[in-house]
Design a binder for this molecule. Structure first.
Ligand SMILES: [Mn+2]
Length: 361
């Protein structure tokens, strides 16, 4: 028995040692983001008792995964945590994540006091505070210390502590680094949420800025218990029929411009009515347009009662963010969006074609 114990101990020692060696050999786990100093953020989190987490409207996998991973880590530290989002709770697609139902849609009566009495507010995956919509004013005015964790280009530095690196493929990457520096154990729940964040924002490890670091972190998340099939199956194989039907109509609407370097895709109000698809059902359509040979930029124009919503996507290092910004929108290098009002779809197409032509020159 005693011998067995010794052997086990030696085994544990060696597995620890080899793990340590592999970590340090591959990348410096304590220094995944050399441009970010997490020290004050960690101090702030450690001294907080009552934390509010929020993120942008139309939350995506990164927004949800980032919020939930922090929620698990902080509630494990016995802190009181509320996740509050201005326009929705958790989108259907991410409800497989533990405690997703605890994500609350903002209601002034229920939440104003909670936000006002929080000692720390953490805003994740949100380049501009305006993207938290109706929550913006109350968050700005709240007496709490504010932490921003984000990877958008030109992220607005409104917070007391900012953990921002635009080279991260997902906010989840930065949260992983933060938790590691804070010596917080990455359990399966945290790993699932972070994997969901990184997997979705990198388009399944395919998008530009997916890096050695991205794969390194993903590997460690798998080691912590994440099941890839489970995440893939939940994120990609739970489509409604409406979603696939509207995809068909949108695919048939595709038009090429600029010798095929630019492709437009349209979703009209009629298509929404015909298929009963939701806004959420149309979120990833641009990816299909980007799969056409020789295309550099894809633009999805969706028609709503209050105007057109434009989603821009690009390949490699073609930066389409300035186009979105020109029309009061925003985003990243390869993914951005804006709204256009009082303009026909046809005129919007002409206008955007001119803008894309300029950046492709
Ligand atoms: Mn993101």
């Amino acid at each position: 028995m005693c011998n067995l114990y010794k052997i086990l101990n030696i085994f544990v020692y060696f597995s620890y040692f080899s793990e340590y060696y592999i970590y340090n050999y591959a990348m410096d786990i304590k220094n995944l983001f050399p441009n970010i100093d997490f020290t004050d953020t960690i101090k702030c989190i450690n001294s907080s008792k009552n934390i509010v987490i929020t993120t942008h409207i139309n939350p995506d996998g990164d927004a949800i995964g980032s919020s939930l991973s922090l929620y698990y880590a902080l509630t494990n530290m016995k802190k009181k945590v509320n996740i509050i989002i201005s326009d929705s709770g958790c989108p259907e697609i991410y409800k497989f994540l533990t405690d997703a139902e605890k994500i609350q849609q903002y209601k002034p009566i229920t939440h104003n006091e909670k936000i006002h009495s929080a000692d720390t507010i953490i805003v994740v995956d949100c380049g501009e505070l305006a993207r938290i919509n109706i929550l913006e004013k109350i968050i700005r005015e709240a007496p709490a210390k504010k932490i921003l964790i984000d990877h958008h280009i030109n992220s607005e530095r409104f917070a007391d502590y900012s953990c921002v690196d635009e080279n991260a493929i997902a906010t989840g990457e930065i949260i992983f680094a933060l938790l590691k520096q804070a010596n917080i154990k990455i359990n399966k729940q945290i790993a699932d949420a972070l994997y969901c964040s990184i997997y979705s924002d990198s388009g399944g490890f395919r998008f530009y800025k997916t890096s050695q670091r991205t794969h390194f972190i993903a590997g460690l998340l798998l080691k912590a218990g994440t099941n890839i099939d489970e995440i893939y199956d939940n994120v990609y194989n739970k489509n409604s029929l409406s979603k696939i039907q509207i995809r068909g109509l949108a695919m048939a609407s595709m038009k090429a411009e600029l010798d095929g370097k630019l492709i437009f895709m349209f979703v009209t109000k009629k298509m929404f009515l015909q298929t009963k698809a939701t806004n959420e059902d149309t979120e990833e359509l641009t990816q299909i347009a980007l799969s056409v040979k020789n295309v550099k930029v894809a633009i999805l124009i969706r028609e709503y009662d209050d105007g057109l919503r434009v989603s821009l996507r690009s390949k490699q290092n073609i930066n389409i963010e300035p186009i979105a910004k020109k029309f009061n929108g925003g985003g990243h290098l390869n993914a951005a969006g804006c709204k256009l009002n009082n303009i026909s779809t046809e005129d919007a197409k002409k206008l955007l074609t001119k803008e894309v032509e300029k950046i492709l020159k």
